[in-house]
Write a protein that binds this ligand. Sequence first.
Ligand code: IPM
Ligand code: MG
Length: 362
Amino acid sequence: MADFRIAVIPGDGIGPEIVEEALKTLEKLGAAYGHRFSFTRLLMGGAAYDATGTCFPEETVPVCRQHDAVLLGAVGGPKWDALPGPERPEKALLKIRSGLGLYANLRPAIMHRALAASCPIKPENMGGSMDVLIVRELTGGIYFGEHGWRDGAFGPEAYDVERYSETEIRRIAHVAFKAAMSRKKVLTSVDKANVLETSRLWRRVVTEMSADYPDVSLSHMYVDNAAMQLVYRPGQFDVILTSNMFGDILSDEASMITGSLGMLPSASLSDGSFGLYEPSHGSAPDIAGKGIANPIATILSASMLLRYSLGLTEEAGALDRAVTAVLNAGLRTADIAGKGAACLSTSQMGQAIRDRIGQPRA
Ligand code: IPM
Ligand code: MG
């Protein structure tokens, strides 16, 4: 019997609804496999602002550090859009990522065969089945460079600086090379080296490092081409390594190819086993509180938490199989249902997944 401590940040919009399903699912797994999970709920983002006057309460980072991992829903929404940049819910997200040193963001975009009908690309154009791992640098680049407003010669101007150090590039590239080693050994590093100095440094460092990973076939791709190639032949990619900004954009694109943004989990890791797990999608304020959001991205994020932070590989596998079984059985939330098809609510989808945990392998 093992005890695991998980910090939980439900956040805003659909965050609380989808996180609830993930927590119930972890509890079901705990019961099936003899683990005890204890959850400490924390406020962050708009919910924290409303309750305490700040989106990022001081204790957030120290309390998270006392736990084995963090599970997060989503933050932000129109209610807080008028807040100045540094006070916005999204800024809290950046602060927790950098405060916890979570520089490696893993976003696996896998197309489930059962969802082929939701994929916007014609099957004959896929170039193989889509199974891409996006390795996104998460605590550097333009998100964290100097930024601000100032008086320019022709009136107000604003600036955001893209900056990367060799060390930052090296450590995220190691993560990507290692991930490629455990997969098909094909790594595409995405940059804009025809224009940006940061990208030239990025390309040089990644190229140098490839000598340490002779089994990995490395190629470089400009980000505009990568965005095009992802919809042209998504099956060509194995691991994509890229910067914070490009990774943000490409992961949304990749998720739609798998059928829905509601399917894509993510893990944000540092050097040890500690990590923060969140769906790649946002807080979807337009459907918040309606009970129709897809909880699968969050439930699969919980599966990544089991695998990467708690070392519970078998349990993670059981959860992944339960999700696949539900999809194979034709069960769908609104975002992945075909026109006119029956839809499950958020909690019904969560329950359907839990019902399949502990069932024998198909
Ligand atoms: C993501 C989100 C965040 C990001 C926002 C909400 C700050 O889009 O996790 O992809 O840009 O990193
Ligand atoms: Mg994003």
